[in-house]
Write a protein that binds this ligand. Structure first.
Ligand code: ZN
Length: 159
């Protein structure tokens, strides 16, 4: 379900270039992205009069900011934000670790799926555009840990 939703979002909003411009996708989906100093918080997303507003820690490294945007976008795209329910998600630096909450795991799965689209990962490897972990992390604009985890999930490398 998460992968299906991510594919639909990519199909509709992604221009096909790497690294995937997650901020442009968020904007196209009507999410306002603001950069602010947020201490130990990586990012958050909330509804303001029904409109999704995302805040990203401007002090974080670009690779982390990209993951944060993709993760927060996941909360929105997967319907986690509700006017009649939870209107607010805040995420600290534990983003990359396995979270206990299913919503957080789903948001991470969504983030990985749009930052490292399945077809694109297979394509660049099969065509020799990037075959090493450093080359892949560079091409997809993600952390080494995120790329490694995704590659294992896609069955490209062993866990
Ligand atoms: Zn979250």
């Amino acid at each position: 379900m998460v992968a299906t939703r991510a594919s639909a979002v990519l199909g509709k909003y992604w221009d096909g270039y790497l690294p995937v411009n997650v901020e442009a996708i968020a904007s196209a989906m009507g999410v306002e992205v603001r950069y602010e100093f947020m201490g130990e918080t990586s990012g958050e997303i909330h509804l303001e009069d029904g409109r999704p507003i995302m805040r990203v820690n401007e002090w974080d490294a670009p690779v982390r900011q990209r993951f944060t945007i993709a993760h927060e976008l996941g909360h929105y795209a997967l319907g986690h934000l509700r006017e009649d329910g939870q209107k607010f998600f805040r995420d600290d630096r534990s983003h990359y670790s396995m979270s206990a909450s299913r919503l957080e795991r789903d948001a991470n799965h969504f983030a990985a799926s749009i930052l490292m689209p399945t077809d694109a990962v297979h394509y660049v490897i099969q065509n020799g555009h990037a075959t090493t972990l450093p080359a892949l992390t560079e091409m997809f604009g993600v952390s080494r840990a995120a790329m490694q985890y995704r590659a294992a999930n896609l069955g490209i490398i062993e866990r």
